[in-house]
Design a protein around this ligand. Structure first.
Ligand code: BGC
Length: 493
C-alpha cells in the first residue's frame, strides 16, 4: 500500500501531490477496475444485441428493430448528459453505484421479457446506464490516479469495453453451440441476461469504494476527504486538506465571477477538443465492423446450406476474431500511453486506421473467394488494432483528465454525450450510405475522415501525459489565451 505521510509542512497543494506522486499499489488497480466494470457492460450490452436480433420472437417493425440496436446509443447519450449535473451534485461513487444497479435491472428485465414493449424498455434502461457510466468512469479515475499512471489506469476502461465486446460474442457462440434448437426460446434470454452477473457484482463492490477525494474537497467536505485519502494510502489531516482546497481555488479559479470561474475559455476549449476527438473516434467507422461485422462478414464465413443459427455463428466467429484483436491491441495502448503520450499514439492510431480501412475497401471492391476473406479480415484487424492502440482509450482518457474538478462531471458527461450522438449518427447513416454509394466508397470516405482526424490532432490536441489534472487545465487555459501549451516550468512536477 502506498503510504505518503504528510506532515503539514509541505508547500500548499501537497495533499493532492500525495495522490499524484504516490507509487502504484494493488488498491489503485482494484479501484480503477471497479470503476471500469461499467466499461465491460458498455462493451457487452452494446455488442450483444447484434447476436440475438434474428432470434427475438416478437413482431418488430424496421423502426423498432433499428431502435433495439441503435436505441442503446441514443439512450446512452441521454444517460451521459443527465449524469453530468447529478455526479457534480451527488458525487462520483453514488452515480457509479446507481449505474450498476440500472445495468442489473435492465439485464434481468431483458431476460424475463414478456413482450416487445418490455424488451424495448429494458434496452432503453441499459442504454441510460451505459451512457451515465461512460460519462464518469474515467473522471473518477483521473481524480485519484497518480499523474504518471493516469493514462494506464484510465485505459482499463477501454480495455474492459473491448473485453465486454469479445465476451458478448463468446457467450452467444457458447449458448448457441450448446442449445442450437433453443435460439428463439431460452438462448437469446440467457445471452441478454448474463450481463446482470457483473452488474450485481459491481453494485456490491462499488459500495465499498472511496468517494473521489478531489470531488470531496471541491464540496468542502474536508474530514471526508482526509478519510477517503487515508483509504487511498495518503495520510493527511483535515487541516492539510483545507489548505489544499485554497490552492485548487487559486489554480482553477478567477474569483471575481462565479460563472466565468467555472467555464473559463480554457475549459470551453478543452470541451471542444474532447468533443471533436470523440466525433472522429466514432465517424471514422470503428463500429462498422463491430455492429455490422457479423452481418457483413458472416456472408464470407458461412457455408452453403447453413441454418439461421449456424449462419449467425459463422458471423460471430468472424466478429470474435476482430474482438480478440481489439482486446490484445488495447493492451499495447495501455503499455504505451504514459510513456509515448496521447498525441503520438492518437496520430499513429488514425494513420493506421486510414491506411487499413483502404486495404479492406480494396478487398471488398476487387477480390473474391479466399483472397477477399483474407484481405478484408487483415484490413479490418489492423484498422481495429490501430484504433485500439491510439484512439479508443485515448478519447475516454482525455474526457476524464482535461477538466477542472468543479465542472469535471458536467464537462466530461457532455463529451460522452457527444460520443454517443456521433455513435448513433454513424449507425443510422451507414446503411443509408452503403445503399447510396456502395460499401467500398463508404469505406474510402471513412478513411478520408481518419486523415482529417490527423489534421485536427496535430493542430489542436496538446500533450497531457505526466501533468497533474490541475496542470492539464492550465495547459488549455494557456492555449485559449493564445500562449504556448507547454508551461515554462510545471507547477508541481
Ligand atoms: C468506443 C466504442 C467502440 C469501442 C470499441 C470505444 O472507445 O467508444 O464505440 O465500440 O471503443 O472497442
Amino acid at each position: 500500500m502506498a503510504q505518503t505521510k504528510q506532515t503539514g509542512n509541505e508547500p500548499e497543494g501537497s495533499v493532492l501531490d500525495g495522490l499524484d506522486s504516490s507509487s502504484m499499489t494493488g488498491l489503485y488497480w482494484y479501484l480503477a477496475t471497479l470503476a471500469c466494470i461499467g466499461g465491460f457492460l458498455f462493451g457487452y450490452d452494446t455488442a450483444v444485441i447484434g447476436s440475438v436480433l434474428d432470434f427475438i420472437p416478437y413482431e418488430l417493425s424496421p423502426f423498432w428493430t433499428g431502435y433495439l440496436v441503435a436505441g442503446a446509443s441514443l439512450g446512452a447519450a441521454v444517460g451521459a448528459l443527465a449524469a453530468g449535473p447529478l455526479t457534480d451534485k451527488f458525487g462520483r461513487k453514488s452515480l457509479l453505484m446507481a449505474d450498476a444497479s440500472i445495468y442489473a435491472v435492465g439485464a434481468l428485465l431483458s431476460a424475463l421479457t414478456v413482450n416487445a414493449v418490455m424488451l424495448i424498455s429494458s434496452r432503453t434502461l441499459i442504454g441510460l446506464a451505459v451512457g451515465a457510466d461512460s460519462a464518469i468512469a474515467t473522471a473518477y479515475i483521473a481524480e485519484f490516479a497518480p499523474k504518471g499512471r493516469r493514462g494506464q489506469l484510465s485505459l482499463i476502461q477501454q480495455w474492459m469495453i473491448t473485453v465486454g465486446i469479445l465476451v458478448s460474442y463468446l457467450v452467444a457462440l457458447l449458448v448457441f453451440a450448446v442449445a442450437p434448437g433453443a435460439a428463439e426460446n431460452a438462448d437469446w434470454r440467457i445471452i441478454l441476461g448474463v450481463g446482470a452477473v457483473p452488474a450485481v457484482i459491481a453494485v456490491l463492490l462499488r459500495a465499498r469504494m472511496p468517494e473521489s477525494p478531489r470531488w470531496l474537497i471541491q464540496q468542502g467536505r474536508f474530514a471526508d476527504t482526509s478519510a477517503a485519502l487515508k483509504k487511498l494510502g495518503v495520510d493527511v489531516t483535515e487541516e492539510d486538506v483545507r489548505r489544499t482546497a485554497g490552492v485548487i481555488e487559486k489554480v482553477e479559479a478567477d474569483k471575481h465571477d462565479e460563472r466565468k470561474r467555472l467555464w473559463t475559455p480554457g475549459v470551453k476549449r478543452a470541451l471542444a477538443v474532447v468533443s471533436v476527438f470523440f466525433v472522429f473516434q466514432q465517424i471514422t467507422g470503428i463500429n462498422v465492423p463491430f455492429y455490422y461485422g457479423p452481418q457483413l462478414l458472416g456472408g464470407l464465413f458461412k457455408q452453403p446450406g447453413d441454418s439461421a443459427v449456424h449462419a449467425a455463428m459463422a458471423g460471430l466467429v468472424a466478429a470474435a476474431i476482430l474482438g480478440a484483436v481489439n482486446v490484445v491491441a488495447t493492451y499495447l495502448g495501455f503499455r504505451w500511453i504514459d510513456k509515448m503520450g496521447r498525441r503520438p499514439l492518437a496520430l499513429m492510431g488514425y494513420a493506421g486506421m486510414a491506411a487499413f480501412m483502404l486495404v479492406a475497401a480494396a478487398g471488398v471492391a476487387w477480390l473474391t473467394g479466399t483472397p477477399k476473406v483474407v484481405v478484408v479480415m487483415v484490413g479490418f484487424s489492423i484498422f481495429i488494432a490501430s484504433f485500439a492502440m491510439g484512439v479508443g482509450g485515448t478519447g475516454w482518457l482525455l474526457q476524464g483528465e482535461v477538466f477542472p474538478t468543479a465542472v469535471r462531471g458536467r464537462a466530461a458527461a457532455t463529451g460522452a454525450g457527444v460520443n454517443w450522438i456521433a455513435n448513433f449518427a454513424l449507425i443510422e447513416a451507414f446503411p443509408i450510405m452503403q445503399a447510396a454509394f456502395g460499401l467500398p466508397t463508404v469505406m474510402v470516405i471513412l478513411s478520408a475522415l481518419s486523415v482529417l482526424a490527423i489534421v485536427f490532432i496535430s493542430k489542436f490536441l496538446p500533450e497531457t501525459k505526466s501533468l497533474s489534472v490541475e496542470e492539464v487545465v492550465a495547459v488549455f487555459d494557456r492555449q485559449a489565451a493564445g500562449e504556448p501549451a507547454t508551461p515554462s516550468r510545471p507547477a508541481h512536477a
